[in-house]
Design a binder for this molecule. Structure first.
Ligand code: IMP
Length: 434
């Protein structure tokens, strides 16, 4: 059976849960392949009696809530073990069985000093800060690339762990003390903290790439779910205002060990408007009442940091770019209902930079910073669309909006979210092959 990749098309928080809900129990494995507890997804589970329970997950793959799914933390992830066990404890206290979780032996561990470094580096950058989530993500990926990282498997060999922590801190303590004017970190304390997690972690740890290969060979469906999104990807995003991992479809292969030849579909989630948290360019950002309306109606406040999200209109230059760099086969448009009630709904179709029109993402970051959106004004609608389950039931203007966006982004829109509940969705094409 094939593997399916799920990515965000914009700057994150597009609502990937809508797609995973649609695939439901047809998925056997859900793999997180990048990022760490910088992500945040709120999953709403509806009980048979109609009650709704909210779960806020930061590190665990969303599949952890589905009893038939095996959730996997892939080698491309950076794991904060304290957060991992907090989330597991929280779920277990609510009766969720978490015993199937698989953690890659090659995933990197967020050491406590990397959380410290993330925060002090941001303070040091001042006006030029990235606006990170402060979870230690960037410094941990930097250690990985510098070959001074701590991997999950290191926790099972105290001698190796100590050597690695010493090697990392030899340099970092100099930086912490001499540049950032903070206290040095004690090697023993770090080793002790990390060893304290080892025994509970041990039964979860495996060669996750092999586990996934065997699952695919056995005909099971494997979903590779990205954290963050295309424009936060360290290579293809709005660098340096990005996260430090590969959040595009290519990252799904390196971050899980599944080869590209086994991926049959790439599903991208595109919010019906655009949001961003943290710093960095955002051509369609709104600073007026419309922006405030989108923020309020769409409840656009960060799940991880609680920060209000920056809001703006749909940008199809970004959508086209996402199609191209991810090889998107299917889009899921989310939160179309949030656009209800606007007289006109602007859609950005191109940019203008110093009088020159750009139909594609400008090559130079300075041009992107100066890009002014070229809008096409589409008609709005007023009807409540949350009860629509077929495309034809949508008001004509809402249908026209989806069809125009589909044309501009260059890949089919297979599903449309019309409300927060898991059944509030219109499906046009199946997301999994029969
Ligand atoms: P970091 O991932 O904590 O290093 O933060 C880098 C940038 O990515 C910041 O602008 C964050 O706000 C952004 N970011 C990280 N994770 C998410 C996410 O899950 N959704 C949206 N933005 C994110």
């Amino acid at each position: 059976m094939p593997a399916i990749v799920l990515v965000g098309a914009q700057w994150g928080d597009e609502g990937k849960g809508k797609a995973t809900d649609l695939m439901g129990t047809d998925v056997d494995y859900v793999v997180k392949f990048n990022g760490g507890n910088n992500a945040g997804h709120t999953v709403v589970i509806e009980g048979e009696d109609g009650t709704r329970e909210k779960y806020a997950l930061h590190l665990l793959p969303s599949g952890i809530l589905t009893p038939t799914v095996t959730p996997v933390i892939g080698n491309g992830v950076v794991v904060d073990l304290e957060v991992l066990f907090q989330e597991l404890d929280g779920l277990e206290a609510r009766g969720v069985d978490t015993s199937k979780l698989v953690v890659s032996a090659n995933a990197h561990v967020i050491a406590p000093y990397n959380r410290t470094l993330d925060k002090v580096t941001e303070r040091f950058l001042g006006k030029r800060k990235i606006g990170t989530t402060g979870r230690g993500i960037g410094p941990t990926y930097a250690d990985k690339m510098n070959r001074v990282g701590i991997r999950v498997q290191d926790l099972f060999d105290e001698g190796i762990l100590r050597q690695k922590v010493e090697a990392a801190l030899g340099f970092k303590n100099q930086v912490l003390v001499k540049i950032y004017n903070t206290r040095a970190v004690d090697v023993d304390l770090v080793v002790e903290e990390l060893l304290g997690y080892a025994e509970r972690l041990r039964p979860m740890v495996a060669d996750s790439a092999l586990v996934l290969e065997e699952a695919l060979n056995a005909g099971q469906n494997v979903l590779l779910e990205a954290g963050q999104a295309t424009l936060l990807d360290v290579d293809h995003g709005t660098y340096p205002f990005v996260t430090s991992s590969s959040a595009t479809a290519g990252g799904a292969c390196t971050g899980s060990g599944i080869p590209p030849t086994r991926v049959s579909r790439v599903i991208a989630i595109l919010k019906a408007y655009t949001t961003r948290v943290g710093e960095g360019p955002f051509p369609t950002e709104l600073f007026d009442d419309d922006g405030e309306t989108l923020r309020k109606t769409g409840a656009e406040y960060g799940t991880t940091t609680g920060r209000p999200r920056r809001c703006g209109w749909m940008d199809t230059v970004i959508g086209r770019y996402a199609t191209r760099v991810n090889g998107v086969t299917d889009f899921v448009i989310t939160k179309l209902d949030v656009l209800t009630g606007f007289e006109k709904v602007p859609v950005c179709v191109a940019y203008e930079v110093d009088g020159v029109r750009h139909d594609e993402m400008p090559v130079s970051q300075s041009d992107f910073h100066h890009a002014k959106p070229v809008y096409e004004m589409l008609d709005g609608w007023w009807e409540d669309i949350s009860g629509c389950r077929e495309f034809d039931e949508l008001p004509a203007a809402a249908q026209a909006y989806v069809l125009r966006v589909e044309e501009l982004i260059g890949a089919r829109v297979s599903a449309i979210g019309v409300g927060p509940g898991r059944h509030e969705i219109i499906q046009r094409h199946p997301l999994l092959d029969a």
